[in-house]
Design a protein around this ligand. Structure first.
Ligand code: GUN
Ligand code: FE
Length: 437
């Protein structure tokens, strides 16, 4: 047993005791009241109603009547936008970027500001139910490295990207040239690798096609190949944006083809694209074929009046889907909130748009928040044997009920009532305890 930076290794082998819930596949939500889940060398060894004889004597941490769940996965969040979450919900995407986002992101040229603002972000992530996140920084290399330092200490496992943009932004957020942007990205990745992080990795982050010229994407394709980097970006989020992209890249077959032409859209490059609200049939087929992850961000899609992504269709055709908070277009970093939003918008989609697109069930949306997004990180997001041991302990006792509820009912209620905010008791990532109330 020993202590490690930012996390505490309880023991190489231990068990958590409590009310255990986890998905195994899209439709199957498992609930085990008063059971134990075993962790050995950072991996899950299964859930048992009683501790098996072969594990007798291992430390057991008893969380009594709390819920024990796999950690939540946020496939899309903007760290520099954390400062203005829940402010400025009065416009659509392009105007919102101009009015709120770009002025705030420009402040991160100052590393002192980045220290303070990212400190608040990382602290909030540490105290959330999120154990894994895919994160946008800004175009600023040094500030994004500060963000990585802070995320490393938060205990979460994350991908963090220095943003690339060379057009359609105010001059202070426009990189000088495609060359300069690529050079800075090389520098960013090199510096990140030298720091030897255990939990934090760089990810290539062209913001979206409107802010990346073809010359820039071409440069970035080389950076990607040189370091075998994963990729994150935005895709087909808003009608005006989609029209703009058609004008900017008239020779691309569709929006996503604008990335794919440069090897920045799945296949060899592990890629997550946020939104995919307006993807055409051709784009959907390319997403599927290339194995691109879709980060579904329903709260953002409501706040910016973007629309509703057809998640039922994506699941039916085998596309990989997870959930994203998309702070600050998303109002909060809560993935519990994203679970309920995803269900609710799917009901509106079914009612108003396509009565064959059955609404998402609670089990399906819980799956998206855990295993669905977790697959971007490997075997993550479940207590199935062999999965990396990420767990959150949630206390729902502040919402008493006059009669006993089933564990499935308690889980659903805990998610809808947002107990991830005040009820988080403990958090484990890869078998290390990174937070305890
Ligand atoms: N598209 C390009 N940049 C952004 C951003 O910061 N947020 C959202 N929601 N969409 C984007
Ligand atoms: Fe976004």
């Amino acid at each position: 047993m020993h202590l490690s930076d930012g996390g505490e290794l309880v023991s190489d082998c231990f068990a958590l005791k409590g009310n255990i819930c986890f998905s195994s596949g899209k439709e199957k939500l498992n609930t085990f009241p008063d059971a134990t889940v075993i962790c050995e060398d950072g991996l899950c060894k299964g859930v048992y109603p009683e501790l098996p004889d072969s594990y007798k004597g291992i430390p057991i941490i008893d969380y009594k009547d709390c819920l024990i769940l796999p950690g939540m996965v946020d496939l899309h969040i903007h760290a520099p936008q954390f400062t203005f979450r829940s402010i400025g919900m009065d416009c659509e995407l392009m105007e919102w970027l101009k009015k709120y986002t770009f002025p705030e992101e420009a402040l991160y040229a100052d590393t002192g500001y980045a220290e303070r603002a990212y400190g608040l972000f990382a602290d909030s992530m540490k105290h959330s139910a999120t154990t894994r996140a895919v994160i946008f920084g800004t175009i600023h290399r040094d500030s994004t490295l500060i963000l990585m330092d802070l995320m490393e200490r938060s205990g979460l496992i994350s991908y963090v990207g220095k943003v690339n943009m060379d057009r359609a932004a105010p001059s202070e957020l426009r990189e000088e040239s495609p060359d300069a942007s690529a050079f800075d990205t090389f520098g960013f990745v090199n510096a990140a690798e030298k720091r030897g992080y255990k939990r934090t990795k760089p990810i290539l982050t062209p913001r979206f096609i409107p802010s990346c010229s073809d010359a820039l994407l071409n440069e970035l394709s080389e950076v990607r190949r040189a370091y075998d980097l994963p990729v994150q970006s935005h895709l087909s989020e808003n009608p005006g944006e989609v029209e703009l992209v058609k004008k900017l890249v008239p020779d691309a077959a569709f929006y996503g083809d604008g990335y794919d032409r440069y090897g920045l859209f799945g296949r060899d490059a592990k890629t997550v694209m946020a939104h995919c609200v307006y993807s055409t049939d051709e784009e959907v087929e390319r997403i599927r074929k290339n194995g691109v992850w879709v980060a579904h961000c329903p709260n953002s899609n409501m706040n910016l009046s973007s629309g509703i992504a057809p998640i039922r269709r994506y699941l039916n055709c085998g596309i990989r889907v997870g959930l994203g908070s998309d702070v600050a277009a998303g109002q909060s970093e809560s993935i519990f909130r994203a679970i309920t939003d995803a269900i609710q918008v799917s009901k509106l989609y079914w009612r108003y748009i396509d009565n064959e697109a059955e609404p998402l069930s609670f089990a399906e949306s819980f799956y998206l928040a855990t295993e669905g997004g977790g697959s971007f990180f490997g075997k993550v997001g479940s207590f199935r044997e062999g999965y990396e041991f990420d767990a959150v302990v949630v206390d729902d006792s502040s919402f008493p009920h006059p009669r006993p509820l089933s564990l499935a009912e308690r889980l659903e209620r805990a998610v809808y009532l947002g107990t991830d905010q005040s009820g988080l008791q403990a958090k484990y990532v890869c078998g290390e305890r990174v937070y305890e109330k």
